[in-house]
Design a protein around this ligand. Structure first.
Ligand code: PLP
Ligand code: COI
Length: 341
């Protein structure tokens, strides 16, 4: 397969229009078969549910070229199920899990020339999404929907040349206790935009959001979950009903325990405990593992001694093992890797 003429080593995390995308419409109470199209434009009613009441949700996943030249995707069943759960929470018609996986495969196959070659560090990001397409005026769910998937070649989400990032403890909340923080609703990201622009303007890479009820516990950032390494080398991650159940985080906790023999724990983590931890990292499809050196809480610096200047030793092992599995250098647990080509 001849590859597109792209400077693979220098691609950032942005939208790049690829050849084909998948589209399926929901009408009269059912999903149509759906198909690939070259048309990247969408024409909508001015009163479409997505435009008036933000009825939209999405997923994020990646296709990788492995060391032996295959193209694979990572745990697509979990993305399919999470989008199913998100749709239900938003009163949208869930897209069937098996059809979701088939559609992802079609998009990857139709855009193989945009799957970055092995060794470049880049991947093909896949963005399944769904939105209310029919008009609404009263506050209610739309009657018609569109499900789409496009792909875009991407490089690292945080461009800091492997230097650990610095976060700000945000004064804004990301998710309400019984709200939508645990699903991938577009509205969660809309409400984070002011917080992220504020953090960037102040020189931070991202925000740490606290739990909205007590503002004492660590939740997540706008686009990734946290993990921390304690002084006795335990890998811990926040437990909360208002954070997104990250597929990367769930995979990392498994890798930590089963591949690296580390102790792991998912539990509530208080902001005032962070000073005792030795490493901090963000994890997610886009973020992969991004080391965090410092978190600033209203002028007070919380430094992670083992990830202050470079990725920490445990985070590095986690990174190497997870990406080793994704790029086919390390044997994957059964069912984690789906070979497309
Ligand atoms: N948390 C938020 C808010 C996200 O947007 C994402 C990205 O998908 C994650 C966590 C990481 O989840 P995953 O590892 O499934 O990509
Ligand atoms: C992802 O990691 O796939 C995300 O959705 C995070 C961000 C780019 C929104």
């Amino acid at each position: 397969m001849e590859k597109a003429n792209i400077d693979w080593k220098n691609v950032g995390f942005g939208y790049y229009k690829t050849d084909k995308r998948f589209v399926a419409n929901y009408k009269d109470g059912k999903w149509e078969e759906g198909q690939l199209t070259s048309d990247d434009k969408i024409v909508l009613s001015e009163s479409a549910g997505v435009l008036q009441y933000a009825q939209t949700c999405f997923e994020g996943m990646k296709a990788y070229t492995t060391v032996d030249g295959h193209v694979v995707i990572f745990r697509p069943d979990l993305n399919a199920q999470r989008m199913y759960d998100t749709a239900k929470r938003l009163e949208m018609p869930p897209y069937p899990v098996d059809k979701f996986i088939e559609a992802v495969e079609q998009v990857v196959k139709a855009n193989l020339k945009y799957v970055p070659p092995y060794g470049t560090g880049a991947t093909l990001y896949l963005r399944p999404f769904m939105f209310g397409s029919s008009p609404v005026l009263g506050v209610k769910p739309a009657e018609e929907y569109q499900f789409r998937i496009f792909g875009s070649p991407v490089g690292p989400y945080f461009k800091v040349d492997a230097k650990p990032i610095t976060l700000k403890v945000s004064d804004f909340d990301r998710a309400a206790p019984k709200g939508t923080g645990h699903v991938k609703a577009g509205l969660n990201y809309a409400m984070s935009l002011h917080a992220i622009v504020t953090a960037h303007n102040e020189g931070y890479n991202e925000n740490l959001y606290l739990d909205a009820k007590t503002r004492t516990k660590v939740e997540e950032t706008g686009g990734a979950n946290f993990f921390f390494v304690t002084k006795d080398k335990k890998v811990i991650t926040p437990k909360s009903e208002s954070i997104l159940p990250s597929i990367t985080r769930r995979s990392l906790m498994y890798v930590a325990k089963e591949y690296l023999g580390l102790e792991t724990e998912e539990r509530e983590i208080r902001l005032d405990e962070l000073k005792d931890f030795s490493e901090c990292g963000l994890c997610g499809t886009a973020a992969v593992i991004s080391p965090v050196g410092k978190i600033v809480d209203h002028g007070k610096e919380i430094c992670f001694p083992d990830s202050l200047d470079a990725i920490g030793p445990i985070s590095k092992k986690l990174y190497d093992t997870l990406t080793g599995i994704q790029f086919g250098r390390i044997e994957a647990p059964k069912g984690w890797i789906r070979v497309i080509e």
